[in-house]
Design a binder for this molecule. Structure first.
Ligand SMILES: NCc1[nH]cc(CCC(=O)O)c1CC(=O)O
Length: 315
């Protein structure tokens, strides 16, 4: 391919960092690329994400791609609505970063070391619900803004701590500020957290092939597919109090030999909070090639437990 591929991205420091890494990988593969910044309503509004709705960061980028303003779109996967866009192809899901949430607290404190009444900033209903469910007496304070703005609340002494995606800090080279990576047992990340979604137009098969062969990671794609199938089956938006984490695990099956045989399986854990802040949990393991089905299975279990009363602000 000798055309220059235009890669669309949001203009935040985080978006530029992750798009830069994608551009580098494509250049190493011999492609010629150019980065194009697309401003999104999510970047222009200071309102809580829960109020401005699904896709605030991603629809403008998808539009720019569909209308041929750009050839490739790089999204934080967790910001993408679960509804597919028939004009676009999810050409690559690169190897995922560590998907955990991270605590950044004053004085190097961990979650368990924060005193009763300590203020913890997060704009995410999912993080808020799981923090409250720990029963530590933490005071969850609404918070929005880019990574730097959120970190400053702690350095300025306005809040005792904030919770952010570890992956965002990793991409910005700010892992040093983390005082605790939160165990998924306490805090399941957002579906697809830490993963990127790289899209191109469905009819642009050359670009699709380049992205797929250069950047796609099958295990990350399967894990994210399971998490998002769970989210979709709960009909919850990206800001709903739903967490999910799928991992490819080795499973030993008895095949009659003394050692048994190791097969790869996909394990999925899900959490949903009811409006009463009751935490519901479910998990299952399935075939790596049946990720969507696994997601629907865990969602069905959550619905059985009472998650039906649950709906995101826009669901
Ligand atoms: N909704 C904001 C958002 N979207 C993606 C990331 C970064 C991490 C990722 O790629 O999952 C963040 C920041 C955060 O949640 O702290």
């Amino acid at each position: 391919m000798n055309r220059t591929l235009r890669i669309g991205t949001r203009g935040s420091a985080l978006a530029l960092a992750q798009t830069g890494a994608v551009a580098d990988a494509l250049e190493r593969a011999g492609a010629s690329v150019e980065i194009v910044t697309v401003s999104t309503p999510g970047d222009r509004s200071a309102a809580p994400i829960a109020e401005i709705g699904v896709g605030v960061f991603t629809s403008a980028l998808r539009e720019a791609l569909a209308t041929r303003e750009v050839d490739i779109a790089v999204h934080s996967f967790k910001d993408l609505p679960t509804a597919a866009d028939p004009r676009l192809s999810l050409a690559a899901v690169p190897a995922r970063e560590d998907p955990r949430d991270a605590l950044v607290a004053r004085d190097g404190l961990t979650l368990g070391e924060l005193p009763v009444g300590a203020t913890v900033g997060t704009g995410s209903p999912r993080r808020a619900a799981q923090l409250k469910a720990l029963g530590l007496g933490l005071e969850v304070v609404p918070l929005r803004g880019n990574v730097d703005t959120r970190l400053r609340k702690v350095t300025d002494g306005e809040l005792d701590a904030v919770v952010l995606a570890r992956a965002g800090l990793a991409r910005l080279g700010r892992l040093d500020v983390i005082t605790e990576a939160l165990d998924p047992i306490q805090m399941l990340p957002a579906p697809a957290q830490g993963a990127l979604a790289i899209e191109c137009r469905v009819d642009d098969v050359d670009t699709e092939h380049l992205l797929q062969s250069t950047l796609d990671d099958q295990a990350s794609r399967a894990a994210v597919a399971a998490e998002r199938a769970m989210l979709a089956a709960l009909e919850a938006g990206c800001s709903a109090p739903v967490g999910a984490l799928a991992e490819v695990v080795e499973d030993l099956v008895d095949d009659g030999t003394t050692d048994g045989r190791v097969v790869l399986r996909l394990s999925l854990r899900g959490v949903a909070a009811t409006p009463q802040n009751e935490i519901l949990r479910a998990s299952a393991t399935g075939d790596v090639t049946a990720a969507d089905q696994l997601g629907r299975t865990v969602a069905a279990e959550l619905l059985d437990l009472g998650a039906a009363v649950l709906s995101g602000p826009e669901a």
